[in-house]
Design a binder for this molecule. Structure first.
Ligand code: UFG
Length: 322
């Protein structure tokens, strides 16, 4: 059985769906501070916090857990700058509580939700996993620090681990059953689609003077379904002892903010008002993955390689929710 922490969140809930499709038994754990109970498709659900050591011990005793996929974390870059304490407390201290419970209960395999935020401003693009890591904000520092902790727990306690560094997760379940629900929403694609849906007046384009083809920032948008599939592959590689410590998960192709807005106009057929705005603090100009290691080791390749189906699935989910 697989324990999925943060299983009621965006990427966690999509990964549970994929694990179930793969025939795995799953128990989800989530404190519902940002997650949504109705997104959890597995029958076993534990409501609670990773900081609660007694709850973790009970959960590991109650279920025959063989491995953990650890999503539970705070994920907003600007919030991490405003409130670093919250990020170090939850993403590091509570994460340690999980690792200690695993060591005590003899569960020795973990797939960790990391981020392209560990790289900071890239010195070369596309970014391979051995690119220098110099995060620009507390969020990225918590992710990098936790990767280091996993390394140390591996050396000393034999914990098998793999960190998946997501680029820009986007899109929603192609079946339309579950999808992205952040509140407040800060991510580009759902914000642009909220303008299309008439619930937001306009989207601000943060930064129009970057050294990119149209002056706006470039990101590698990876479909959440492809991220979910990568977790199943990474678990298999962990079990087989063939996993590298970290994998980039992206498509290898970048789109500018203006291209995203244009794509949303095309897919929705609606008017979308976009206004130029200053750069957002802490944003790198371009983040694009070199995903070749995941392809080589995990046999993983994104099925959605362009923006259109990412936006189309996100739009379908937004129309369904409203
Ligand atoms: N953007 C806008 N207007 C908006 C929102 C975003 O122009 O209203 C721009 C941003 O400035 C950025 C791009 O759109 O250039 C993408 O922004 P997102 O907020 O959607 O995503 P980020 O690239 O900032 O962040 C994502 C994840 C983080 C992760 C980071 C690096 O949300 O968790 O990628 O991997 F740290």
């Amino acid at each position: 059985m697989i324990l999925v922490t943060g299983g009621a969140g965006y990427i966690g809930s999509h990964t549970i769906k994929e694990l179930l499709r793969d025939g795995q038994e799953v128990v989800a754990l989530d404190n519902l501070s940002a997650g949504h109970r109705e997104l959890v498709l597995c029958p076993e659900f534990v409501e609670g916090d990773l900081a609660d050591a007694a709850l973790l011990a009970r959960t590991f005793r109650r279920y025959p857990i063989e491995a953990v996929i650890h999503f539970a974390a705070h994920t907003s870059v600007p919030e991490s700058v405003a409130n670093p304490r919250k990020y170090y407390q939850n993403n590091i201290v509570s994460g340690l509580s999980l690792l200690d419970a695993m060591v005590e209960c003899g569960v020795n395999a973990i797939v960790f939700s990391s981020s392209a935020a560990v790289y900071g401003d890239p010195v070369r693009v596309p970014i391979p996993e051995d690119h220098p890591c110099a995060p620009k904000n507390p969020y990225g520092r918590t992710k990098l620090a936790f990767e280091g902790i996993l390394h140390d727990y591996g050396v000393t306690y034999g914990l098998r681990h793999v960190s998946l560094r997501y680029f820009n997760a986007a899109g929603s379940d192609p079946d339309g059953e579950i999808g992205e629900c952040h509140d407040p929403e800060t991510h580009l694609i759902p914000i642009v689609l909220e303008v299309a849906a008439g619930v937001r007046r306009e989207v601000q384009i943060f930064g129009t003077d970057y050294e990119t083809k149209d002056g706006t920032a470039v990101r590698d948008y990876i479909h959440v379904f492809d991220l979910a599939r990568a977790h199943v592959r990474a678990l298999g590689a962990l079990e087989g002892g063939t996993a590298a410590p970290a994998y980039n998960l992206g498509t290898g192709r970048g789109y500018t903010v203006r291209e995203v807005v244009e794509c949303c106009r095309r897919i929705t057929g609606r008017e979308i008002r976009a206004v130029d705005a200053p750069r957002r603090a802490g944003d790198p100009a371009a983040l694009v993955a070199d995903p070749s290691r995941a392809k080589r080791d995990l046999g993983w390749e994104p099925r959605f390689t362009t923006l259109d189906p990412i936006v189309a699935t996100a739009w379908r989910w937004m129309l369904r929710r409203r």
